[in-house]
Write a protein that binds this ligand. Structure first.
Ligand code: PLP
Length: 466
């Protein structure tokens, strides 16, 4: 008989390999925070990724996994400032590993039990922090999907017939967001039948905040021209500059015109943990919906994103389906599958809950302070050094700057290729610059100094090469 089943000893050996693989990864991260770039061709030469005829035995599999994890880009080290996530929040990482062991699908209480109550608790806490005290929420597979669900609810608010009968709008729909909004807004407008062309990107001021006079003018103009304004997206923590749109002024406009207000706080939601810094999101408590990604500022492993709604019942109106093979027991309240875009749904709540348990309110505040302090420190070092130029004063946790005389995209590429750092570049108002994301609170001031030294070093090498 072919050995197609996993033997008991094998499962023990695979489990025993975990601490060892983790220890090796940690040692590698310590020794080489940013290994030199390996292109797809080189990796294809080094790894045979195809399905073998006969399955590997446990020791060969462990060996292969070891090679794979050591050849994978490292996102938990201080050299990774490329994206709005990074670092490793250990209690959440542990909870994530246990989530894989438990493997509950988060559609029914019958299948996920206590985990459903944990998810409810986390969402209740996020609703409380956002001031949406009578609302509801659901974990989604990332902020883009959270935005999608919010934009779906806004469509339903404007066109309640569309869910049953499809879209036959009497006039072109309109969505408003700033020109700094996340690209998922435009993508989702295409998916949901608003139409990508019907998203009006409102210009921003020199700090990347939406110009609300231009928003009011755009809505009024569209109304006059027979269009159908539906929703405004206020971004709390823009992807490039970390800027906050002025929610109270936007709210005044959405209320005047009867529009849906969605706050995309995928990044900036983290500030709600801090009693002083939460003021950046003042007005969020009057939003119709909010996107918030704990996998960004809270630092839990990817992915963890929640969409919150001011009014309970919104999710079921948009997403509920009957499925008697699945929803057989317990209160609808305990079966989030009735409020989710997914059927099978992984458990992203346990790691968020574990992080909240471990940090407590104090620790959650401290994280925000550390992130802000890192961004301020980086900005200060940059402005002290004449070789650098700050693009804009940092609004929150991203620091945008240039090395004078260097081409930022080429510099970011060189830093990656030479194994010095993973950092991204971005543009704003015709300027292109490096964007340093300070979301890993385990980074030190010394790490930031080393990073800036590496930027200069790579810049000099580039100049000499020319
Ligand atoms: C990151 C981000 C998103 C998208 O979130 P994903 O989880 O990456 O899909 C949306 N909006 C803003 C403002 C973001 O920063």
């Amino acid at each position: 008989m072919a050995a197609t089943v996993i033997k008991k000893e094998s499962s023990k050996q695979l489990l025993a390999a975990l601490p060892e693989l983790v220890a090796q990864l940690l040692a590698a991260e310590e020794e080489e925070p940013c290994p030199p770039y390996q292109g797809a061709e080189e990796l294809t030469r080094l790894f045979d990724l195809s399905v073998p005829e006969c399955g590997l035995d446990h020791s060969d599999l462990i060996e292969l996994l070891r090679k794979v994890i050591l050849a994978t880009p490292r996102t938990a080290t201080p050299a990774f400032v490329n994206q709005l996530y990074g670092g490793r929040l250990w209690p959440a990482t542990l909870a994530e590993m246990l989530t894989a062991m438990l493997n509950n699908s988060m559609y029914t209480f019958k299948v996920a039990g206590l985990q459903i109550l944990i998810e409810e608790q986390v969402i209740a806490e996020m609703l409380r922090l956002a001031g949406l005290t009578r609302g509801e929420g659901i974990f989604c597979p990332g902020g883009s999907i959270s935005n999608l669900v919010a934009m779906l609810a806004a469509r339903h608010f404007a066109l309640p017939e569309a869910r049953e009968n499809g879209l036959h709008p009497s006039a072109p729909l309109r969505v408003y967001a700033s020109d700094q909004a996340h690209y998922s807004i435009t993508k989702n407008a295409g998916i949901l039948g608003y139409g990508r062309h019907n998203v009006r990107l409102i210009p921003t001021d020199e700090n990347g905040r939406m110009n609300t006079d231009l928003l009011a003018a755009a809505v009024a103009e569209d109304r006059r021209n027979g269009c159908f304004p539906v929703l405004v997206v206020a971004t709390a923590g823009t992807t490039v500059l970390g800027a906050f749109d002025p929610i109270p002024e936007i709210l005044e406009i959405t209320q005047r015109f009867g529009l849906w207000l969605h706050v995309d706080a995928a990044l900036g939601g983290g500030f709600l943990f801090h009693p002083e810094h939460r003021g950046r999101l003042a007005g969020v408590e009057a939003a119709d919906s909010v996107t918030w990604n704990p996998h960004k500022m809270l630092g839990v492993p990817l992915s963890a994103s929640v969409v919150l709604f001011a009014r309970k019942g919104t999710l079921a109106e948009n997403l509920s389906e009957a499925a008697d093979y699945l929803f057989q027991e317990d209160d609808a309240d305990l079966n989030p599958g009735l409020r989710s875009i997914q059927c099978g749904r992984r458990n992203d709540a346990l790691k968020v809950w574990a992080a909240m348990q471990y940090l407590g309110k104090e620790g959650l505040c401290r994280r925000v302070e550390l992130q802000l302090a890192l961004a301020r420190f980086a900005a200060l070092e940059i402005s002290k050094d004449p070789a650098f130029e700050l693009a804009v004063p940092p609004a929150s946790v991203t620091v945008c700057f240039r090395l004078r005389g260097a081409d930022s995209p080429a510099l970011a590429h060189a830093l990656n290729e030479q194994g010095l750092a993973k950092i991204s570049w971005a543009s704003f108002r015709g300027q292109t610059f490096l964007r340093l994301a300070c979301v890993n609170p385990d980074m030190t001031e010394e790490d930031l100094r080393a990073l800036l030294r590496n930027v200069k070093y790579a810049g000099e090498r580039q100049q000499n090469a020319h």
